[in-house]
Design a protein around this ligand. Structure first.
Ligand code: ATP
Length: 216
């Protein structure tokens, strides 16, 4: 079984990394592919370039070979639609379950995703929730996909909707960018080598703090 974890990763942080590792272990996945988007469909352009977000991811997963950085969205022209990504991953891994992991924030907007219902033809959709998360009423389509049997995810290659609680760390890339912009120290929210990279490339620096050392 292969896990797919898409995102902007601007920058990658321990909320992403801890979740990716936990789902890898919970579902016994061969690998989790972290897939940075090039041009997000539902938000403004990221602050840092695709190349930089990719390089930060590479630094973050050093020494964790089951977390694989997958650059297919970066190598594709145009808006990064998940349906195109799943089709392309499915071409590569034709006979194995694919698990697409999304957070509850992303799940709430799922019905706005390009060709969203077709996602289930290519993968199971696993919503990663906080422990104690109360599921909202689902549409008829989603209810028909809902499964509470993790075994089923292994028996079929695609087609189920499953909710999986994980340890959620209240960390977001937006908060990290704001911390840095304000000249505060983001340490312990993301890996040190990613912080070193951010310093080196002077990322997320607010122009209203032109001379202030940011992460010292
Ligand atoms: P931003 O604040 O810029 O929107 P983000 O921190 O939410 O970024 P993304 O790259 O947009 O990160 O998220 C990629 C995926 O990771 C999404 O499915 C999102 O729900 C999930 N995710 C983000 N932060 C966490 C977290 N702290 N714990 C678990 N999942 C997370």
């Amino acid at each position: 079984m292969i896990g797919i974890y898409g995102g902007t990763f601007d920058p990658v942080h321990f909320g992403h990394l801890r979740t990716a590792l936990e789902v890898k272990e919970i579902f016994g996945l061969d690998e989790v592919r972290l897939i940075p988007c090039s041009q997000p469909a539902h938000r403004n352009s990221p602050d840092s370039s695709p190349k930089m977000r990719f390089e930060m991811l590479q630094l973050a997963v050093k020494g964790q070979p089951e977390l694989v950085i997958d650059r297919r969205e970066l190598d594709r022209e145009g808006v990064s639609y998940m349906i195109d990504t799943l089709k392309s991953v499915r071409n590569e891994f034709s006979n194995c379950p694919l698990l697409l992991f999304i957070g509850t924030d992303a799940f709430e907007g799922l019905s706005g995703w390009h060709k969203w219902q077709l996602l289930f033809d290519y993968a199971h959709v696993v919503v990663i929730t906080r422990p104690g998360y109360r599921q909202q009423k689902l549409s008829e389509f989603l209810s028909s996909k809902l499964s509470d049997n993790a075994e089923k995810l292994n028996q079929e290659d695609a087609g189920s909707l499953y909710f999986q609680p994980v340890t959620q760390l209240d960390i977001s890339a937006t908060a990290i960018r704001n911390i840095i912009r304000t000249g505060l120290n983001p340490r312990f929210l993301l890996p040190d080598n990613v912080i070193d990279y951010i310093k080196l490339k002077k990322l997320y620096k607010g122009s209203h703090f032109p001379n202030k050392p940011l992460i010292e």
